[in-house]
Design a protein around this ligand. Structure first.
Ligand SMILES: C[S@@+](CC[C@H](N)C(=O)[O-])C[C@H]1O[C@@H](n2cnc3c(N)ncnc32)[C@H](O)[C@@H]1O
Length: 293
């Protein structure tokens, strides 16, 4: 049995979580069967006490240190009274959105691929969550006029699929509340501190400069995969053929320039030796950006 409810020692029990626990114990067999028939590629979401979207031999998304870290950061840094408004960008199969909604927060998952969005929708319906919604949209269309402001914006695995991450970071600041939080999980261009291995060499240009908002940044162009595996097809950019990966220094500077004066780089998403190995191999970065500490 999954250790439902004991995973987040500081989580508060809320109505949404109780509802989810009830469904896990008494699943709707017809809906469960429909979810089982879909091809799941990334998010392992619990479906019953014994089943999940990717199977019991993989870790559940709720137990992933990235998920628990995001939840803890939101609880610690965001002061607004509940329910908080949370935006999960490039929500894929909806697992992270589901986990955030499980906290009782009001969550929007924004996803550009209908096939991915459909899976999140099925999870939302399966658990009957009225504090979770999914929008089929290119994240580049976000604006404070249309979308308002969010207490926390979760930008995981998405920034490195955009052709102007610098402009996008400014949009993210505009849609984040003044006492809000931005969480970023992204690849960066390999540089002397982030990667020595050649994992993406075939897809990455040499180091080039990119001028935006009066600043000069550095990074590499990444050729988005076309065709390829199911994962490549379902996880890649939706509206650009190449994306810009800033260097670690440029990404942190651009986040600062976008209006987040306090930026924490996070470690501890994996066992620390594994984490350094992964960082060197994949030049990955985790940031929590806030307007004040
Ligand atoms: C690598 S996956 C990351 C999934 C998830 N955020 C996570 O970290 O587990 C990237 C997701 O972003 C979506 N995506 C890529 N570019 C997008 C865009 N411009 N607008 C909306 N979604 C986009 C893809 O369809 C895919 O679901």
């Amino acid at each position: 049995m999954h250790s439902i409810g004991l995973r987040y020692p500081d989580a508060r029990v809320n109505e949404t979580d109780l509802k989810i626990r009830d469904i896990l114990q008494n699943p709707d067999r017809r809906r469960l069967e429909a979810i089982r028939r879909l091809e799941w590629t990334g998010h392992n979401i619990p479906l019953s006490e014994t089943e999940s979207t990717l199977g019991r031999d993989k870790g559940l998304i709720g137990d992933d240190p990235r998920t628990t870290t995001i939840k803890s950061l939101i609880r610690r840094f965001v002061a607004s009274p509940r329910p908080l408004r949370i935006l999960d960008l490039g929500s894929l199969e909806g697992g992270l959105s589901f986990e955030l909604a499980r906290e009782g927060w009001d969550v929007t998952g924004m996803e550009g691929r209908a096939g991915n969005l459909e899976k999140g929708e099925m999870i939302r319906e399966y658990f009957g969550l009225d504090n979770l919604r999914f929008e089929l949209r290119d994240v580049k269309t976000l604006s404070p006029e249309r979308d308002g402001r969010f207490d926390a914006v979760v930008c995981c695995g998405l920034l490195y699929h955009l052709d102007n991450p610098f402009a996008f970071l400014r949009t993210l600041r505009a849609i984040t509340a003044d006492d809000g939080l931005l969480f970023v999980d992204t690849h960066v261009a390999p540089d002397e501190t982030s990667a020595r291995h050649e994992t993406y060499a075939a897809h990455l240009s040499g180091l080039v400069s990119f001028d935006h908002g009066g600043h000069r940044y550095e990074g590499c162009w990444f050729a988005e995969p076309s065709g390829g595996s199911t994962v490549e097809q379902q996880w890649s950019a939706i509206s650009n053929e190449r994306s810009f990966w800033p260097t670690r220094r440029s990404l942190i500077s651009a986040t600062y320039h976008a209006g987040f004066p306090k930026i924490l780089e996070l470690f501890g998403m994996f066992d620390i030796d594994r984490e350094f190995g992964l960082r060197e191999q994949f030049s990955r970065l985790y940031l929590a950006a806030v307007t004040r500490l």
